[in-house]
Design a protein around this ligand. Structure first.
Ligand SMILES: [Zn+2]
Length: 328
């Protein structure tokens, strides 16, 4: 899966910031002939291309209250990628019904529905995304947990739309083949498969116990000097506690200190380094430091985390820690 992140932080849905505990996934397709991600996402990250204004990174795109967790479609160069557009643990506005309270929702960008090559690419990316989410949130790739919009309507969970069963059958697929393919991806070791297998093997309830990779991430972060209290961060990554924004700020600052030492070694004077931080709040300086280090990409989201406006998704914290070894 080619997964990128470009959050729709200006969308009213993101501003509302309602919490979601995902127990399902709803597959959508856009219903209009435009396979390019830039139709829905912005600003240009250098890969999707520029869109003068009708993307969904605005309060009410096309005058509607709509927002989804991810899009699958074409980059400017024509290749196919997955873009996460909302935190997975934030409620989306995609179903027009109760499924918004339970299901992560993503859109596959439609083309003219006549290109098999494009279909097979987006179908595969969608299956891999669902395997990843099933593993991450212990979601069963079965009805009514993994469904498309029209199945959600039949179940009384969503508004009356035809997606995706007006498209998949044109190429010999259905939501049943899709669920089987997600299951196969999980059985075959797709990202998320290990977590899913552990959750399946656990006795009952909320039993996700993906301890080993979390420990590895914490070890990397500790070794890089970003954190010292291993147990606290293990608890965060395990979902036992929510990370305090102030501690995340410290983590960024520690990373930035390391980077300053590296910059110094690379010939930057302390004055030049200080000028980079001029006129910023400590939070902005910390986030900018983390952006510069490649630890995070979405400045607005992390500023919201540091100010306590939103709680950081623990999966993102884990990714930061995993990146620590590479960047610092
Ligand atoms: Zn839909």
């Amino acid at each position: 899966m080619d997964l990128h992140t470009l959050l729709l932080t200006k969308n009213a849905c993101y501003a509302a910031g309602a919490k979601l505990t995902p127990t399902g996934i709803m597959v959508h397709s856009t219903g209009s002939n435009n396979p390019y991600l830039k139709r829905y996402l912005g600003p240009d990250d250098g890969l999707i291309g520029a869109n003068p204004g009708n993307h969904w990174n605005q309060p009410k795109p096309d005058g509607r209250e709509v927002c989804v967790h991810a899009f699958i479609g074409r980059l400017a160069d024509g290749s196919v990628a997955v873009y996460q557009s909302l935190p997975w643990n934030m409620k989306g506005w995609h179903a027009g019904g109760k499924a918004n309270d339970s299901h992560i929702g993503f859109e596959i960008c439609e083309d003219g529905l006549d290109d098999r090559d494009y279909f097979e690419k987006v179908y595969r990316q969608a299956a891999e995304l669902c395997a990843y989410l099933c593993g991450t949130y212990n979601i069963r790739p079965e009805k009514p947990f993994l469904i498309c919009h029209c199945e959600g309507y039949a179940l009384g969970l969503a508004s009356n739309h035809a997606d995706v069963m007006h498209w998949f059958p044109k190429f010999g697929k259905s939501m049943d083949t899709f669920r089987a393919d997600v299951k196969a991806a999980l059985a075959g070791g797709a990202p998320g498969a290990a977590e899913y297998a552990k959750a399946e093997a656990a006795p009952s309830g909320d039993a996700r116990v993906n301890v080993a990779p979390e420990e590895a991430a914490v070890e990397k972060a500790a070794a890089s000097g970003m954190i010292t209290d291993r147990q606290y961060w293990l608890n965060v990554l395990a979902g036992k506690t929510t990370a305090d924004g102030r501690f995340i700020k410290l983590m960024f600052e520690n990373a930035a200190k390391k980077a300053a030492i590296a910059a110094d070694a690379a010939g930057k004077t302390p004055e030049e380094a200080a000028a980079d931080a001029a006129g910023k709040t400590p939070e902005e300086a910390a986030v900018d430091g983390a952006v510069a280090l490649g630890l995070v990409t979405d400045r607005r989201y992390w500023l919201d985390v540091l100010s306590g406006k939103t709680a950081a998704d623990r999966k993102y914290i884990q990714i930061i820690m995993e990146n620590a070894g590479k960047n610092i």
